[in-house]
Every structure is written in C-alpha cells, then in structure tokens.
Ligand binder design. Structure first.
Ligand code: CTP
Length: 428
C-alpha cells in the first residue's frame, strides 16, 4: 500500500521511527513528510534511511513532479503522528503552508491523525473544536494515550504506542497486517448467506491468546503464573473446526499448539501486547484467554542475581503492565471497526458482592463484547482438564453457563461468538 506518513513537531516524533519500521517491514511503501518543526526532533536523514525515499517538507522541491498535489493524490492512506495542536489547527482550517498540509488537502484516501501534546493543550476548547471539525469531515483522530508526558506532568496527551497506531491505520485502510493473507469472506458475503453449514466462522480470522506470560527478573528467573494454556488451545481447535483461520498467540503453555493454526510465540506481557495489537489489525474476533501478568519487575538484571551473606535481602519492585484487552477495545473503537473482542476473567465472590456482580463490573470496565468468567477459589481451574464458566455479554443477553471438559467449554464459547456475530451480521 502507498502510504504518506506526516510527522509533526513534537518530542514524540522519535517514536514514529518505530511506526515507520512497522509499515516498511509489512511491505508498505511509505513517503515521510515531516514539518519544519519535526526535523528539529528527528532529522531528514533518519526518515530517508528508514523509508528508502527522499524526504522534503517544502512545496518547492521536485516541482516538476507537482509533488504537493501528487503525494496526496497517490496515497492510499495518510497518517499524521504526532499530530500537534498546531498541525490539528492548520488541518482543520484548511491551511496549505507546507508540503504536509498541501498533501492533506489533496487526500483521496483515508486519513488518520494520532495527537500528542500536553494535557492542557489537548483539553483546550480550540483543540477540541479542531478535532471535532476534522472528525466531522471523516478524518480519524485517535484519542491520545494517558500517562507520563515530557515534563513532570502526566495525563491524556501521550502519543499512542506505534503498534496501536499501526493496527488502527491498517484497520482504517481495510488492509491485512500480514501481507499475502488469504482472502476472507467479507461481512457482505456472510450477510448474503455465504456461511457454510456447521462452519459458522468460515472466512473469518480469529486471534486467540493462550497460556501465561513470564516476566523476567534476571537471565534465569521469572515471575510467572499457573496457566496451562489448555483452555486457549481448546478454543483454537474449536475455532478452527468452526472454519476460522486461527492465529494463536502462545505465551508459556504446558500443552503443544494444535495443527492447522498459525502460532506466534511470546514470552512477556509486553511481547504479547505487541503481537496482539498487530494481529488484531486483520482479525474479526480477538479472544484474550491468556493469563497476562498485571505487573512485571521494574528492573531486569542482565546477570544472575547472587545471594550475598553481607547484604540485605533483595527487594523486587514491580511496575504495571498495560491492559492489553482494554487497549484492543480502544483501538477498535477509535477506528470504528466491526470486531468482536472476548475477555476472560477469574473471579471470586465475597461479603460485598457475588461472582456475577464483580464480573459484570469487570465487563463494563474492560468494555469487551463477551467476558468468560471462571469462578475460582476451589483450586479447580489451573491445569485441570475441566472448567466451569459463565459467559456475560455487553449486548445484554442473558448470562450463559457452560461446564465440562475444556473442549466442551471452548465449543460453547465459540457457539456464543458465532451467535453474537450473526446478531451483528445475520447470515441471510
Ligand atoms: N488482560 C490483559 N492485559 C493485562 C491483564 C489482563 O489483556 N495486563 C486480559 C486477560 O487476558 C483476560 C482479562 O484481561 O482476558 C482478565 O482481566 P484482569 O483484569 O486481569 O482480570 P483478573 O485476572 O480476573 O484479575 P483482577 O480482578 O485482579 O483484575
């Protein structure tokens, strides 16, 4: 795909070098157009080396090719990252005072803008009005991520991670993240009855994460969990049997990956996050069955941590891992995609509420479409061959219980996914 990557003048421009790599490694042809201010953060030579194309921000370069018209015309997708407050304002008011804004005025294909700025600038009514104007014209403006900003401040205003922008951009352009992926039956074809009997997921791509992440402490030790991966693998088999093209994001598992599915191995939560955002870009359904560590060690020692009689007992500090499920939902919603996202949760009841109350609260917190809830507490789930779940739905349908072998539970979950999909896109 022919892509124009516009880069605004903000410190987050350095992150856009990784975004550029994601596109070029996936086989896309990217022309970078930095603003004048952007080149003060990352130089033209970097963009030229990474894109393999000459880079300019002037309308007076390559005049004989009518560059300021040609680039926007030819681009199948335009991405602007970071979209600064100034760039959003210039785009919203239709200015054409550099090559990037000229190109935006000539855009024939989809345009995605990923803002980054300080929270006050983002929340300013002027910026919000510009964002609204751009959105009303069909431009996708992502919500900025929340977290630490350039100074001591934190809040909404961070550039979303390159993988999230990559996934949202490809979803917007309707392109598969994996080049040469087989043609899928489209929603329209499904709607016209092209779903073979007994294979309700035929023509769909289903990504399933399974197993437990391992968070390294040093070269030989890690923090892990007792997830066996059995339920995730059973889901992959059931989805394959239902006719889906299945991608299994396999963290640590006690069981082998099944045949007939594409396997992506991951170790840590951060690796799983990257793989999940990448895979989600061309998935119709994403099931997060993996047990993702909520925390990882703040420091990973490059050498084995030794015990020493003369020093105090070591203390392990932990930092939060990103919530992958929540991020998948955010990326999907930012790109207004039709994608079904399923979460898993282990819940216990207590004096303040029962399992279902806590699970319903989690479903609305995570904002996924289905939540498969394991009732834990009787040491029944990890590594066992049987399972007992309740499936909750955001669409408001009745909670559904399923129990038996992990294959039985997987079949029930896949049935429920098929039912939800046919509710959205009825197969004729
Ligand atoms: N999950 C995720 N990213 C994380 C943690 C969890 O995507 N960093 C996903 C899991 O794959 C699962 C769901 O979120 O689909 C579980 O949510 P979580 O909040 O971790 O629930 P519990 O494990 O039940 O734990 P807690 O109640 O402590 O939040």
């Amino acid at each position: 795909m022919r892509i124009v990557l516009g880069v605004g003048g903000g410190i987050a421009a350095y992150k856009v070098a990784s975004l550029l790599r994601l596109f070029t490694e996936a086989g896309h042809d990217v022309t970078v157009i930095p603003t004048e201010a952007a080149t003060r953060f990352v130089g033209v030579a970097t963009w030229e080396a990474l894109s393999g194309h000459p880079v300019s921000n002037s309308v007076f370069d390559e005049v004989h090719t009518v560059n300021h018209v040609r680039l926007g015309h030819e681009a199948e997708l335009i991405i602007v990252a970071p979209a600064t407050a100034d760039l959003l304002a210039r785009a919203a008011t239709g200015q054409a005072n550099d090559l990037l804004t000229n190109t935006l005025l000539m855009a024939g294909g989809p345009v995605l803008m990923a803002p980054a700025m300080h929270t006050e600038m983002w929340r300013h009514p002027a910026t919000q009005a510009n964002v609204e104007t751009l959105r009303s014209r069909g431009i996708t403006v992502l919500e900025p991520a929340t977290g630490r900003l350039t100074g001591a401040d934190s809040g909404p205003g961070r550039l979303p991670e390159p993988e999230a922008i990559f996934a949202a951009a490809l979803a917007l352009a309707g392109a598969p993240a994996v080049p040469n992926a087989p043609e899928l039956t489209t929603s329209d074809e499904r709607a016209s009855g092209a779903v073979p009997a007994g294979r309700p997921l035929a023509g769909l791509t289903v990504t399933i994460s399974a197993g437990g992440t391992r968070e390294p402490l040093d070269p030989v030790r890690f923090l892990g969990n007792r997830s066996s991966g059995k339920q995730g693998v059973a889901l992959a088999v059931a989805a394959r049997e239902a006719g889906a093209r299945v991608r299994l994001l396999a963290a640590h598992m006690d069981v082998p990956a099944p045949d007939g599915v594409e396997v992506v191995r991951v170790e840590t939560a951060l690796e799983l996050r990257k793989a999940a955002l990448h895979a989600a870009a061309d998935s119709d359904v994403v099931v997060m069955a993996a047990a993702v560590a909520d925390f990882r060690p703040a420091d990973v020692s490059g050498t084995k941590i030794k015990k020493r009689d003369d020093s105090a007992d070591p203390v392990i500090s932990l930092v939060r891992n990103p919530d992958i499920l929540r991020e998948l939902v955010e990326v999907r919603d930012a790109a207004s995609r039709n994608q079904l996202i399923v979460g898993f949760a282990a819940e216990t009841g207590d004096a303040d509420g029962d399992v279902l109350e806590y699970a319903a609260a989690k479903l609305s917190r995570k904002a996924c479409d289905l939540l498969v809830v394991n009732h834990v507490g009787q040491d029944k789930v990890f590594g066992e061959d049987t399972n007992e779940v309740v499936i909750l739905s955001r669409s408001g349908s009745e909670p559904q219980e399923a129990s038996g072998s992990k294959s039985d539970v997987a079949a029930a979950v896949i049935d429920r996914i098929s039912a939800e999909l046919s509710r959205v896109v009825p197969p004729a």
